[in-house]
Design a protein around this ligand. Structure first.
Ligand code: PMP
Length: 358
């Protein structure tokens, strides 16, 4: 008897965003605000009353209702995943047939393409322009010419922080012969009027994602949401594993989405902090060659710089984690205090290395 790992998994290594302990973690676009006392009280109450001996509700009905109410939707259009990550994998594996092609834009969230390598669906990359924007007409052309069956992208985009306006998204959805998965993980930070959440019933080829991991500050719960017309929602519900979302996360999520004013207040704080971080980085960039700071619609700032690796190392040595991505770095906005420390440390780096123009 013998077994060898197959080609598609033999060289894979488990995902580990960054190893080590850091006093400031700004590498994963998480919400830096942890739960308040009030929120923790709610969690304790749930733990005290939970039936740990029972399987979770496979339909996640209470959570779907609460999520749907928060965004003004019908809960029948909502399916819940163990984070959007699970939904990405599920949709790529179930909605594509063997050998069907999919398309991602680049740069974009890397898991879209990663899962296609597991499901064995060829993945075409559509490159963004120098400003990191997408020419929607060219994208439509590419999808149709390449006979793409599924197109997935984040809007606003991780890692670029850029947003595609709603009318452009609509043009895209209307003109491609493919299923469009629009990942709105960061839309809470931009503008709900640019979202297509409420328009899903107008299209037979649209799935919109949301997550509790960013604006809701609940990455630990692993809650992702797929919003689509009921034909697609029913299909997602039918292919997902029955107990994919644990009871504790369902119950906490359901309570969180009911607290609209608290969530809105927290989102406003994050947006304000991100603006401050962006402004400080722009000011730093004014005195440095090749330090391009991109405007952001999210809770992070994307920067093009030739010394990204060096800066990433320097910050790590000062117990600050950010994301290094070749020609770019991505810095999640922290609390005001954390952002102040990051900016101070970046300035210190630039001074020490003599990177500023004299
Ligand atoms: N989509 C995008 C664009 C993301 O950036 C991330 C996480 N970084 C995810 C999805 C995954 O979200 P979740 O935590 O819900 O799996």
């Amino acid at each position: 008897m013998s077994y060898e790992l197959n080609d598609k998994i033999i060289n894979l290594v488990p995902y580990e965003p960054i190893s080590g302990d850091y006093s400031i973690r700004l590498d994963a676009n998480e919400c830096t605000l942890n739960y308040t006392e009030e929120m923790l009280g709610m969690v304790h109450n749930i733990v005290d009353n939970l039936n740990f001996n029972r399987y979770p509700d496979p339909t996640c009905t209470e959570l779907r209702k609460s999520f749907a109410d928060f965004y003004g939707l019908d809960y029948k259009n909502v399916t819940v995943g163990n984070g959007s990550d699970e939904l990405i994998f599920l949709i790529e594996s179930a909605f594509l047939k063997k050998g069907d092609k999919m398309l991602v834009t680049a740069p974009d969230f890397s898991m879209y393409e990663f899962y296609s390598s597991i499901t064995e669906n060829p993945c075409v990359r559509f490159l963004k322009n120098y400003e990191l924007n997408i020419n929607v007409d060219a994208l439509i052309d590419s999808v149709n010419k390449e006979d793409i069956k599924l197109l997935i992208f984040s809007n606003p985009c991780n890692p670029t922080g850029q947003g595609i306006r709603k009318d452009e998204c609509i043009k895209l959805i209307r003109n491609v012969n493919a299923l469009v998965v629009l990942d709105e993980a960061y839309m809470d930070f931009w503008d709900e009027s640019e979202s297509l959440l409420k328009d899903i019933n107008d299209y037979d080829n649209l799935i919109v994602f949301r997550t509790a991991s960013k604006a809701l500050g609940s990455a630990a719960l692993r809650l992702g949401f797929a919003v689509s017309n009921t034909t697609i929602s029913n299909a997602i519900a039918a292919v997902k594993s029955p107990y994919n979302v644990n009871s504790l996360s369902q119950a906490i999520g359901a309570q969180l989405y009911k607290n609209k004013s608290l969530l809105k207040e927290r989102i406003n704080t994050i947006v304000e902090n991100t603006k401050l971080l962006y402004n400080e980085l722009v000011a730093i960039g004014k005195n440095i060659d090749d330090f391009t700071v991109y405007p952001t619609k999210t809770n992070f700032v994307f920067v093009k710089t030739p010394f990204g690796k060096e800066l990433w190392d320097y910050l790590k040595n000062n117990s600050i984690a950010i994301r290094y991505m070749g020609d770019y770095i991505r810095i999640t906005s922290g609390t005001k205090e954390e952002n102040t420390i990051v900016i101070k440390t970046i300035k210190q780096f630039i001074l020490e290395k003599n990177y500023a123009r004299s």
